[in-house]
Design a protein around this ligand. Structure first.
Ligand code: ZN
Length: 575
């Protein structure tokens, strides 16, 4: 007890660190004036923040965090400087693995739901830094291609939340070596910031060559001025994110040229023109397919347009955020470019605030495009590349959590890419197999993101088109994480029928906790017959298939249903 008291007293001296609730405030509005000097790798920011106390108790302290290579210069409330201390704060939310945290002590506490405005200033450099990856053992070369963000002489690319804290945030420390904590923290932050606005005026200056450097951002951009004095230039660009939704605000500066189509814009770096034209052609072909699913009219030109921004590092990991893709344009793989373009154009044509719908549909469209080009098996093989990742993630979760905690990783709540991308892709494929393509197309056309207030909205839209009950499917796959099915052929009994041939009674057992409708194939001499069978979790289902010749083998699941174990799916029928 005595020891505890001493500890309390010690903590008390250090400005009550334990009392600080870093996630108490929502940053509802940013008004930032950002100066970028690529030659010096420098960033200097002045601006105003509006914060709302969304916690249940009054708050006297505020945490403001920026990347560890930036320093706090001033923080004011109502034109008067306020007391603040700065400290390095270790967290993998930033590429440097640390933040410069300012802990502000307010003259008066902000009550719950109360707001406060702060005038702020910070500056420093943003060099290439992959510390958060190298310190967990990622080889430096590899890490640099992943955390490629920097302000640099020839190229600047700086992504926001989850990469570089170039605008202030406040998030509890996360560690890349601790499971999914980084992605959960980013998910929490994005959910809080969904309705917030970020208004930035970028000033960038330096020396230009034949092509003047251009600043690109992923908000609503507008060039305010561009001055040139000899080789020197000064450019002012406004960029507005209103509302932020799930956007990762980013900016890039480089010697960009543009190629433009009604549905796609490509910004490419010098010497990459041929690759850019190649991507544009891939986009034209992909658009024909996307149009079969979604209306792409010229009504909302700026919201419908997909954007591609070139990266100079040919090995750089592509980054996708909404309709924007940052990727090195190399023109090497045309088939891949077409698949990428289908994904992007789907995003441009179809929006949902729910990641499992927004990303799931875009990945499903890639598989469907593959199917159109190379047939169903090629599409199943393409999806199969994702199967192990999901099965492994499900197995790890099952080991990690109790039944209750597992409910949090439903497609509705998850922040895991294996789920809201890969698992969701399968869910959309299974839904199409169950209700048919025409019904699914009508359902997607009837979807309105602004009406998607309840998780069951999508289920009801599909049921209305398909005229069947899908509650059980959504329960097992979307609303809860019940893991995956595991099918096995329990028995297959052939019985000769009058006039020749056989009828085979096939019983399929589902050993998993999620039900599905699964294809069952009966192979016989000179052919095969496939029927679909619904098998609920931990139950069996029986289907009868007629065979004109001697039945040989039963196979459950052609790969279209996501399953944990596929080694028990074949059954040989004894003569
Ligand atoms: Zn996507």
């Amino acid at each position: 007890m005595r020891f505890l008291c001493v500890l309390c007293a010690l903590c008390g001296c250090a400005f009550q660190a334990s009392a600080l609730d870093r996630e108490a405030f929502t940053f509802t509005n940013y008004d930032l004036d950002v100066r970028v000097e690529p030659e010096q790798q420098r960033l200097a920011v002045r601006g105003k923040l509006t914060l709302r106390n969304d916690s249940a108790s009054a708050q006297k302290n505020i945490s403001l965090q920026v990347s560890s290579t930036l320093d706090w210069r001033s923080i004011q409330v109502s034109g008067k400087p306020v007391q603040f201390v700065t400290q390095p704060y270790t967290s993998d939310i930033d590429h440097t693995g640390a933040l410069s945290e300012a802990i502000v002590t307010l003259p008066q506490a902000v009550p719950p739901k109360g707001t406060i405005e702060l005038d702020i200033g910070y500056e420093g450099t943003i060099p290439l830094d992959a510390t958060r990856l190298t310190r967990i053992g990622v080889p430096e070369e590899l890490a640099k291609h992943s955390d490629w963000d920097q302000i640099g002489r020839s190229f600047t690319g700086v992504r926001g939340i989850g990469y570089v804290a170039w605008y202030p945030v406040a998030i509890e420390a996360v560690n890349l070596s601790e499971g999914n904590s980084l992605f959960e923290a980013i998910g929490r932050w994005k959910a809080r910031e969904r309705s917030s606005t970020l208004n930035v005026v970028f000033h960038h200056s330096g020396e230009g060559g034949a092509i003047l450097p251009t600043l690109l951002c992923n908000g609503k951009g507008r060039q305010l001025s561009y001055e040139r004095m000899g080789r020197a230039y000064l450019s002012v660009t406004q960029c507005v994110f209103d509302p932020l939704q799930a956007t990762v605000p980013l900016f890039a500066i480089g010697d960009y040229s543009g190629l433009d189509r009604p549905a796609l814009n490509v910004s490419y770096l010098p010497d990459h023109k041929a690759a850019a034209e190649n991507y544009l052609l891939a986009g034209d072909l992909a658009l024909v397919f996307v149009r079969q699913w979604f209306e792409i009219s010229g009504e909302k030109p700026e919201t419908m347009k997909a954007e591609v921004v070139d990266l100079p590092d040919p090995e750089a990991a592509p980054f996708e955020n909404g309709k924007l893709l940052l990727a090195p344009l190399n023109g090497r793989d045309f088939a891949l470019a077409r698949l990428t373009a289908v994904h992007q154009l789907t995003h441009a044509a179809f929006y949902s605030p729910r990641p499992w719908i927004y990303e799931g549909v875009a990945h499903f469209m890639q598989a469907a495009y593959k199917e159109q080009d190379n047939g169903r098996q090629a599409a199943l093989d393409f999806m199969g590349l994702h199967r192990t990742a999901v099965a492994d993630a499900e197995a790890a979760l099952a080991a990690e959590h109790s039944q209750n905690a597992k409910a949090d990783e439903s497609l509705i709540n998850t922040s895991r890419e294996e789920f809201y991308r890969s698992k969701a892709m399968y869910v959309w494929w299974m839904l199409r197999d169950m209700v048919g393509e025409p019904a699914l197309k009508k359902e997607l056309a009837a979807y309105h993101p602004e009406q998607d207030k309840e998780p069951s909205y999508m289920q009801h839209l599909i049921e209305a088109q398909a005229k069947r009950d899908l509650e059980w499917f959504f329960d097992d796959w979307v609303y809860r994480d019940r893991g995956l099915p595991d099918f096995r052929v329990q028995s297959a009994y052939p019985r000769p029928i009058v006039g020749g041939g056989f009828v085979v009674a096939i019983t399929i057992e589902n050993l998993g906790n999620a039900g599905a409708e699964v294809p069952v194939t009966l192979r016989m001499e000179g052919g095969e017959v496939t029927k679909r069978l619904q098998v609920r979790a931990n139950s069996t289902g029986t289907v009868r298939i007629e065979a004109p010749s001697a039945p040989q083998e039963v196979i459950v699941n052609d790969g279209s249903v996501l399953e944990s174990n596929t080694s028990n799916n074949k059954f040989t029928i004894q003569k």
